[in-house]
Design a protein around this ligand. Sequence first.
Ligand code: ATP
Ligand code: MG
Length: 221
Amino acid sequence: MILVDSVSKKYGQQHVLNDVSFRVKGGEFVSIVGSSGAGKTTLLYALIGAVKPDKGKITVDNYDVSSLGSGKIQEYRRRIGIVFQDYKLLPQKTVFENVAFALEVAGYDGRFINRRVADVLKITGMEEHRNNFPRELSGGERQRTAIARALVHAPELLFADEPTGNLDPENTIALAKLFQKINKSGTTIILATHDRDMIGLCNKRIITLDNGRLVSDKRNS
Ligand SMILES: Nc1ncnc2c1ncn2[C@@H]1O[C@H](COP(=O)(O)OP(=O)(O)OP(=O)(O)O)[C@@H](O)[C@H]1O
Ligand SMILES: [Mg+2]
C-alpha cells in the first residue's frame, strides 16, 4: 500500500509538487501522466526516497519514505525495483552480469543467481542476448535489460520513469505487454510517462499532474 498524503515540494519559488494526495493498493497498475515539467519524475523520486518533500508524508507498506534515514533507505530500495529513463547499465558488463550484479552485491550464492537471472531474462525476452554488452543492444533491448535488472530481486513494487523514451511504436507495444505481464504476476507498477501510445496501452488507472497539482485520477477497470 502506497499512501501519498498532501505532499508538496518547492524548487525556489516553483511548486513542483503541490498538495498531492493519492493511495495505491497492492497489485495496481498506475500511470502518472502530464506534460513535460508537470512533476512526474519528482513524484517518482519522492516515492523512492530520493527527494524529500517539504510538506506531507509518503508511506509505502511500513516505510515512512518521506523521512527515512540512509540505512533504512537502502533496506527500502532492496524491496522495490526502479527503471530509470537512461537505463544506467554498466557498459563493461554483459546483459547477464548487469542483471546479476545487484544479487552478487547482496551476497546471494552463484546457483541462486544463475537461476534467478535466467528467469528474468526469460520474462523480458533477453535470454539470447545474455552475453552481449550494452553497446551491442538496440534501445528496446537495453530497456528490457534495465527492466530485467529491476525485477531480479522479485520486488513487490516496480517504478519506471519514461521507459519508452527511446523506443519506436512497435517496441512501445511490446513493453506495455511486458508491464501487463509483470503486473498480472502480482507486482504493483507505478509508471511515469508522457508517451501517448504508452498511456493508451496502460490505461488501468491514470493520475494526471499539471504544474505539480494532481488534477485527475481515473480508473478504467
Ligand atoms: N533538482 C531540481 N532543482 C530545481 N528544479 C527542479 C529540480 N528537479 C526538477 N526541477 C523542476 O521541477 C519541475 C518538474 O520537473 P520533473 O522532472 O518532475 O518534471 P516531469 O514531469 O518529469 O517532466 P518530463 O516529462 O520532462 O520528464 C521542472 O520545472 C523542473 O525544472
Ligand atoms: Mg520526467
